[in-house]
Design a protein around this ligand. Structure first.
Ligand code: PXP
Length: 242
């Protein structure tokens, strides 16, 4: 039997709800603990330069409390690379970061932005952090990631997730081909972005897929399956005390 695929849960979206009110709830650190109880093999969090969701306080507490793997996502900005080096997550996941984007839009360009990426990889490795590069599922990008010394690549599954009928097989094939090149070049194969309860299975079945990172669909589902209980708890308080 093939090795089980590791499930990384991205808790950024919990922090997004908290930051909408700049309050203390919902806490991504508590969400991470519950995700562990549910069977997550890793917790992913993205410290953005603009701190729109995850804060440095979250990084500190997640690093102290998460008992499974930690996967810290960030751009190549010196300040954030330094925080990652001091925090020492299991994985540092390098992504492109644009202030105007709603979420990470495309993969890193490992072919043209080599100086900055290489410097970040070397610094992270010097601090004992394994490095993964978030790239589009293109063999040339995979080859560039290997040359830069990445330990893993996370293939961007966003285009697959958004593909319309008739395009899905082609997008899946791109991931499979890039995935094969990844393991042939000695790197670990991860994938993520836009995966949900209906589209995840074909990606999970790609040979040698080691890890999937999923956030939005799991946090969305958590809201839906938790809503009935949350409302009944409030109802009980009103019924008992008013
Ligand atoms: N991987 C990367 C690099 C991401 O930026 C994100 C989104 O934060 C994810 C995985 C998870 O994507 P989603 O929230 O769509 O599941």
């Amino acid at each position: 039997m093939d090795a089980l695929i590791e499930l990384g849960i991205n808790v950024d979206h919990v922090a997004t709800v908290r930051q909408a009110r700049r309050t203390y709830e919902p806490d991504p650190v508590i969400a991470a603990a519950l995700a562990e109880q549910g069977g997550a093999d890793g917790i992913t969090f993205h410290l953005r330069e603009d701190r729109r969701h995850i804060q440095e306080r979250d990084v500190e507490l997640l690093m102290r409390t998460v008992t499974v793997k930690t996967n810290m996502e960030f751009g190549c900005a010196d300040e954030i690379v330094e925080i990652a080096c001091q925090s020492k997550p299991t994985w540092g996941l390098l992504v492109p970061e644009k202030r105007e984007e709603v979420t990470t839009e495309g993969g890193l360009d490992a072919l043209s932005d080599q100086g900055r990426i290489k410097a970040a990889i070397e610094k992270l490795k010097d601090h004992g952090v394994l490095v993964s590069l978030f790239i589009d599922p293109d063999v040339e990008q995979v080859q560039a990631a290997a040359q830069l010394g990445a330990d893993a690549v996370e293939l961007h599954t966003g285009p697959y997730a958004l593909a319309k009928y008739g395009e899905v097989d082609r997008e899946l094939e791109r991931i499979a081909v890039a995935g094969k090149a990844t393991t042939q070049l000695g790197m670990r194969l991860h994938a993520g972005h836009g995966l949900n309860y209906t589209n995840v299975r074909p990606v999970a079945q790609i040979p040698d897929m080691a890890e999937l990172n999923i956030g939005h669909s799991v946090v969305s589902r958590a809201l839906m399956v938790g809503m009935r209980e949350a409302v009944s708890e409030m109802r009980r308080i009103l019924d008992l005390h008013c």
